[in-house]
Unconditional design. Structure first.
Length: 233
């Protein structure tokens, strides 16, 4: 802790927090991404919390074109299984194909999401950099306490990474589809068997203008006070 209280530029901080989108169609596949910026963003991500201060996170930065092609191939195959409802996740109903009432915001946003998601499926291999955050341990068969502790030790850092990239005008997208081929990708990259991959972020410069805040379900609908049936004042 430092004695001096640094002023915080709330407007800029809030802008980054509100406009860090999953960018797919506006990734610049031509302009090289300086590794110094990736290093800076990763260094910031290391300020995220980890359970018991274990810091058992690892970040695989993939720039090799053949490896990026192979990962994109896995992503494409995984996307086909997802769209055809052949994944375990499909059985939970938490997928892009979930249907909502016509007036539901998520129903209205679905077509654009499908289009953008489809674009990434076709073009992922062109992303100049891919980052795969990993965490030590395998915990898929463990209880909720263990799972929350393990995921909670890598997902905050992953989100910090996206925010730090965004603050440097780099775009990325949170993706997980490739995890259907986690074993194959670990073998490809030499990730040890006792590490779990958490996501895959394609990273590139952002093309076009600025990003905007997204429309979301209203706070009143999703936040409660004291009891589940009582919405936050
Ligand atoms: C856990 C998780 C998994 C996701 N997996 C994918 C994915 O595999 N492919 C993809 O295109 N987007 C993926 N997304 C991005 C979501 O579709 C996106 O966050 C959502 O549509 C909201 O858009 P926004 O991030 O631009 O605000 C994922 C997001 C999360 C949080």
């Amino acid at each position: 802790m430092t004695d001096e209280i640094q002023p915080i530029d709330l407007a800029s901080v809030d802008h980054v927090l509100k406009t860090t989108r999953s960018v797919r169609k506006r990734l610049d596949f031509e302009r090289p991404v300086p590794m110094a910026l990736i290093r800076e963003a990763l260094d910031i991500a290391l300020q995220a919390p980890t359970g018991a201060n274990t810091q058992t996170w690892r970040f695989m930065v993939v720039t090799d074109p053949a490896a990026r092609e192979a990962i994109a191939d896995c992503y494409r195959k995984a996307a086909a299984a997802y769209v055809e409802g052949r994944t375990a996740l499909s059985r939970t109903g938490v997928t892009m194909m979930r249907e909502y009432e016509a007036e539901d915001l998520r129903q209205q946003q679905r077509a654009a999401l499908m289009k953008s998601g489809g674009y990434l499926i076709q073009h992922l291999h062109k992303a100049p950099v891919m980052i795969i955050p990993c965490i030590e341990g395998r915990f898929e068969r463990d209880d909720v306490f263990t799972q929350a502790s393990m995921w909670g030790s890598i997902l905050p850092a992953t989100w910090s990474l996206m925010l730090a990239l965004r603050a440097r005008r780099l775009a990325s997208a949170w993706t997980t589809l490739h995890l259907q081929y986690e074993r194959e990708i670990s073998a490809l990259l030499g990730i040890p068997d006792d590490y779990t991959q958490a996501a895959l972020l394609p990273v590139a410069w952002l093309t076009g203008g600025d990003l905007k805040p997204a429309a979301r379900l209203p706070l009143a609908e999703v936040a409660f006070q004291n009891r589940w049936e009582q919405h936050l004042d």
